[in-house]
Design a protein around this ligand. Structure first.
Ligand SMILES: [Zn+2]
Length: 101
């Protein structure tokens, strides 16, 4: 997933999400001082987050520690399963060699 792509809402996996810059007039020009994410869930609940930069805001919205932990654990289990299947195949091949003698 590209660094600036937003993950779906963890509560409704749908809804509408937008990011708007917050700016103020410095006397010379408008300057962006922060960004606010506004999400309207499928049930119309509104979630807002504000961070100093757009990158920090996207990272905060996309942060899913529980999902990331589950994903890492599934990858470990998958790897262990693959190793077990390979060990079983090797053992079966050895048994077959012994039977053939
Ligand atoms: Zn939502």
């Amino acid at each position: 997933m590209p660094a600036n792509e937003l993950k779906p809402c963890p509560f409704c996996a749908a809804g509408e999400t937008c990011i708007v810059p917050n700016q103020n007039w410095t006397g010379m020009r408008y300057a962006i001082h922060s960004y606010t994410l506004r999400h309207i869930c499928a049930d119309r609940t509104v979630i807002t987050m504000t961070r100093n930069t757009e990158a920090l805001l996207i990272a905060a919205w996309n942060r899913r520690p529980r999902e990331d932990r589950i994903q890492r654990r599934m990858e470990r289990i998958d790897s262990m399963l693959t190793e077990s299947v390979e060990a079983l195949k090797a053992a079966e091949a050895e048994i077959q060699l012994l039977k053939d003698k």
